[in-house]
Write a protein of this length. Structure first.
Length: 465
């Protein structure tokens, strides 16, 4: 069995932390995999104007906090925050929803830092009002003896209603002055109802083929309270030249209506903002491409079991072997699950991470398959804990996403969960830096005397081939 380590990334210095550090994200430096950056809804411990990132220089074993992200909010640090390393040179790119924005309006910013050792505030490259849920993916373009950073920031641009699924692309983001070549592109070419879903996800192949996956909302009905019954199509678009042309993401047309963007599945329903285990539902998506085969693509989404009249939430995984043109039936389904994350290793192993509400617990699972679930996959339970501890302070509770990355043959991931130090909660074992007693199941402050209530922490994991 390959080795697996799980680490609570809250540093020892933050042993008194009891905040809801939800919605995590992760970046691993491909040149130096010992360099890892994680993010979450973490406020600056000193209440300063910069939000923190978590930094590890030993492959995720130990972590420190570095407050270098502008636009901090005193409660959550930033809003959504995702990160990505350049494939060469170590530049770190970040997409955030600033904690400081006009009332009722999201403010997306794209940031740049020269590397993991920098303690200077990140440089603001782009500021746009109205986009939601920025998602950073970074690739490289080899030119003679240099590599340019090709950076994608997928987002849901609510300023472009009804076609809101969008991608910001820069073909040379490392050295150019702000806005560093970033240009916004709307990728939904049909006519959604009101808007597209919040998540837009990118999968990039080393040959420059880039895929984008989104939910095209077809119908929206009030379901009571803040919940909406949303009927949606899952759509994949593709660009065979890196998405850097004047009108990108048009290289995949639907086999039925010839419109730009192949529909993976149609007329699925989700009760957006419904609750399960203190967590809100809606907007789950993931996509990954095989690094050895640009035609091999995997996609995942979640929908309501039984349609609008049903209950719960079902996770689905499908596979394409022809550049996204045709898709298999479901190769994997998981009931009452959310937050799918997909990655494919250099030896074509497919990793799927997700969080499942099961027997009143949130259970975080990593599955790894060599044959697309034709035979039982390797299944590792990373974390399991009561879903009602701690009480939710805000939504999302755990987060609207987690992240899984492949670097060569290894898988790296991050999730958030209940941080009670109980061995039963970690079937694969765990390492804590913060003060914790696994006998009494009690967290302590730095003095090892003051008790600290359970909260939500981000957890890193690494599966070594």
């Amino acid at each position: 069995m390959p080795t697996l380590k799980v680490v609570d990334i809250t540093p020892a210095a933050l042993s008194g932390n009891a905040s809801q550090d939800a919605e995590p994200n992760l970046a691993v430096n491909p040149e130096h995999p010992e360099e890892v950056v994680a993010t979450a809804f973490t406020p600056d411990p000193m209440g300063g104007p910069f939000a923190p990132i978590y930094v590890s220089t030993d492959g995720g074993t130990t972590w420190s906090l570095r407050s270098i992200v502008p636009g901090a909010d005193i409660d959550t640090g930033t809003g959504d925050i995702t990160v990505g390393f350049a494939p060469r040179g170590g530049t770190l790119y970040t997409g955030i929803l600033s904690g400081r924005h006009p009332h009722g309006v999201t403010r997306m910013q794209i940031l740049r830092s020269p590397g993991i050792s920098s303690t200077e505030p990140m440089e603001v490259l782009v500021t746009r009002d109205r986009p939601d849920q920025p998602w950073v993916v970074v690739g490289g373009v080899r030119l003679h003896d240099t590599t340019r950073d090709r950076v994608y920031v997928a987002n849901n641009d609510l300023g472009k209603q009804p076609r809101t699924a969008s991608v910001e692309v820069s073909d040379d983001a490392r050295t150019a002055a702000a806005p560093a070549g970033f240009r916004p592109h709307v990728i939904d070419r049909r006519a959604p109802s009101g808007q597209d879903g919040p998540p837009v996800r990118i999968a990039l192949h080393p040959d420059g083929t880039v895929y984008a996956l989104f939910q095209s909302w077809q119908d929206i009905t009030q379901a009571g309270g803040n919940a909406l019954d949303v009927t949606f199509d899952v759509v994949v678009t593709r660009d065979d030249d890196g998405g850097v042309g004047p009108d990108p993401f048009q290289d995949l047309k639907d086999a039925e209506d010839s419109a730009i963007g192949q529909r993976v599945v149609t007329e699925r329903t989700e009760r957006f903002n419904a609750l399960m285990g203190q967590e809100r539902l809606g907007g789950d998506l993931a996509i990954a491409v095989d690094p050895t085969d640009a035609a091999g693509v995997w996609a995942s989404w979640c929908d309501r079991a039984g349609g609008a009249a049903g209950v719960g939430c079902v996770l689905h995984v499908r596979h394409s072997i022809d550049h996204g043109q045709t898709w298999s039936a479901d190769v994997r389904t998981v009931t009452n699950a959310k937050n799918p994350a997909l990655a494919v290793t250099a030896d074509s192993l497919v990793g799927l991470a997700y969080q499942q509400f099961k027997q009143e617990q949130w259970v975080t699972v990593l599955e790894v398959t060599a044959d697309g679930w034709t035979t039982p996959a390797e299944r590792r339970v990373l974390h399991q804990a009561p879903a009602d501890v701690p009480p939710a302070g805000f939504l999302p509770y755990l987060g609207d996403y987690i992240r899984l990355l492949a670097v060569d043959r290894d898988l790296y991931g991050v999730f958030s969960g209940n941080n009670t130090p109980d061995p039963a909660n970690f079937p694969e074992g765990v390492t804590y830096q913060r003060r914790a007693d696994f006998v009494s199941h009690q967290l302590f402050d730095l003095d090892n005397v003051t008790r600290v209530a359970p909260s939500i922490d981000p957890f890193f994991f690494h599966r070594t081939a």
